[in-house]
Design a protein around this ligand. Sequence first.
Ligand SMILES: Cc1cc2nc3c(=O)[nH]c(=O)nc-3n(C[C@H](O)[C@H](O)[C@H](O)COP(=O)(O)O)c2cc1C
Length: 173
Amino acid sequence: MAKTLIAFFSRADENYFGGAMRYVKVGNTEIVVNLMKEMIDADTFKIEMANPYSPVYMTCIEEAKKDLRSQARPELKSYLESIDEYDTVILAYPNYWGTFPMAVATFLERYDFTGKTILPLCTNEGSGMGGSESGIKKLTPGATVVKGLPITGSSAASAGPSVEHWLKANRLL
Ligand SMILES: Cc1cc2nc3c(=O)[nH]c(=O)nc-3n(C[C@H](O)[C@H](O)[C@H](O)COP(=O)(O)O)c2cc1C
């Protein structure tokens, strides 16, 4: 039977919201994932770094930039044994320096996505999907990567209607 996996990266702690820094308990991408979980029947997997970035925003910014520049593949806290049972993977992540966080690359390189459909969803503060879709395509040869959904992170809680529309367009609703 067709099964869907929602794999996501999201960072809580200090972030930038409309001109001010604020500490949050749930990251923007995870807020959107929680909305999606109410709409569709899917398993979820949180992509977490074994050594997470700093809770301090400005430090995190620098750490993530360094990892992008060196094309690092940070170790994850845990891995799924296999993704064989899923035919569709919703991949949700924040835009970090114009693309996905390098931990997402670690996740993508671990599995064979041949024949699977990937739906990218990227929360951001203005850069949209950036180069993330082409980056995903490069790391998942043989997969079908559909047009992604960019969501403004600071308005994540009101993303329901656009998420619903996108899931319907991709026949998941
Ligand atoms: C390290 C870092 C780099 C970021 N780079 C960008 C960027 O290049 N473009 C952009 O629009 N937003 C950027 N942002 C903002 C995040 O994409 C946005 O706040 C996102 O919703 C955070 O998701 P999360 O709370 O689920 O981690 C960056 C945030 C961080 C922490």
